[in-house]
Design a protein around this ligand. Structure first.
Ligand SMILES: *Cc1c(COP(=O)(O)O)cnc(C)c1O
Length: 381
């Protein structure tokens, strides 16, 4: 059932199947091409959603992604420090972010305001390198991105900087709210209008991108040149987890541990903090050495599924900082036996999306929060 995975190396670990990430990259690139999009920007922010930024970056680039996306300059520079030379874009900056190292490293800096643009241009003047600038436009998410009322001023400043060689405009993009088909369509119209206005000012937009995983799967290409996808690379759904898995994608992360202790207890035994769980009969309790310090949500208490041997069980009682308990009934569970919290449903494991549904969150949060105490082990493609 779990034959593809080697025996557990430690008593807790996250196994990351880079073969699944390679296959998911290929599937998303094929879908992008069907939509008329030529390129895939692979989003590897937040340690590649908990999977490990560097190995994932190498895998997606070897599998057809043309560039990488991260949130901030620190993440972008970490990719360069790892020797990755592909295009890298980052889009979230602090008031005092030092852009000079990023300009010198050839990072694509997405700017969301005139102030950010001027600070990037100043970093270019100081370093002697030409900044690679992308414009991030707000088209209805009301989060990051240049707000519509500032487009004229920012477009004018960008066009002037491009014309006198102080910057290269390498892209124009926006991010969707996924609130409804109408809101996505209106965002696409707004972005296309912004692109047309830049062209009218003589500024060629470079790469244009709007869709993340959700819109790549459910919307047209809108005439853009690229999709900018994260969650699909990791094999999880961009939609509500209750809607089930996305066909054609394989979850890449398996979170597992080995049973640390087993004990037989009588009916009526209270289990873990607050005794939120009490045994309904004589039964066996198995102790699992993973807790909320490792990213197992406390909201998984009493609800999330785990697989031990061939059987599915539920967490019994509160998830603690380092451990939780499973009531396995009369199943012959032994110390040292494998416990799979989530992984590939095709291998019989609960999925991270099932965990998300049980915990009232999304699969993104389940995998991204797996903590540094959990070693990552990589299965090569
Ligand atoms: C995180 C992020 C993405 C990736 O979204 P997915 O839903 O994971 O595909 C794309 N663009 C931006 C701006 C993001 O912040």
């Amino acid at each position: 059932m779990n034959g593809a995975l080697p025996a557990p190396a430690g008593f807790r670990e996250a196994v990351v199947d880079l073969g699944a990430i390679a296959a998911n990259t290929g599937a998303l690139l094929a879908l992008a091409r069907e939509r008329g999009l030529r390129e895939l920007i692979a989003v590897v922010k937040a340690e590649a959603y908990g999977h490990g930024m560097e190995p994932v970056a190498r895998t997606v680039l070897a599998s057809g992604a043309s560039g990488l996306g991260v949130a901030d300059v620190g993440e972008a520079l970490a990719l360069r420090a790892a020797g990755i030379e592909a295009p890298v874009i980052c889009w979230l900056h602090g008031e005092d972010t030092d852009f000079a190292p990023a300009v010198a490293a050839g990072i694509d800096l997405a700017v969301s305001s005139a102030r950010q643009l001027f600070r990037v241009l100043a970093a270019g003047a100081a370093t002697g390198a030409t900044p690679r600038v992308q414009l991030k436009l707000d088209t209805g998410l009301s989060r990051n991105g240049v707000p519509a009322e500032d487009w004229d001023a920012v477009f004018g400043a960008v066009a002037a900087a491009v014309q006198d060689g102080r910057a290269r405009l390498t892209g124009v993009f926006s991010h969707l709210a996924n609130a409804s088909e109408e809101s996505d369509e209106s965002a696409a119209r707004a972005l296309n209008e912004g692109i047309a206005r830049l062209r009218a000012l003589g500024a060629e937009p470079g790469s244009t991108h709007l869709a993340a995983t959700g819109a790549l799967m459910s919307r047209p290409g809108w005439g853009m040149s690229a999709a900018r996808v994260g969650i699909g690379l990791y094999g999880l759904t961009p939609f509500a987890p209750q809607e089930g898995p996305v066909a054609g994608l394989r979850p890449a992360m398996t979170l597992r541990a080995t049973v640390a202790a087993v004990r037989r207890v009588p009916k009526g035994t209270g289990v873990s903090y607050d005794h939120s769980y009490r045994t309904s009969r004589e039964t066996t309790l198995a102790l699992v050495p993973l807790g909320y310090a490792d990213g197992v949500p406390r909201a998984a208490s009493d609800v999330a599924p785990v697989r031990i041997g061939e059987r599915l069980h539920r967490i019994a009682g509160r998830v603690a900082m380092d451990q939780f308990v499973v009531d396995v009934g009369d199943a012959p569970v032994r110390v040292g036996e494998e416990v799979v919290l989530f992984g590939d449903p095709a291998a019989g494991a609960p999925s991270a999306d099932e965990w998300a549904a049980a915990c009232g969150t999304i699969g993104y949060e389940i995998v991204t929060r797996i903590g540094p105490r959990v070693p990552r082990r990589y299965l090569q493609p």
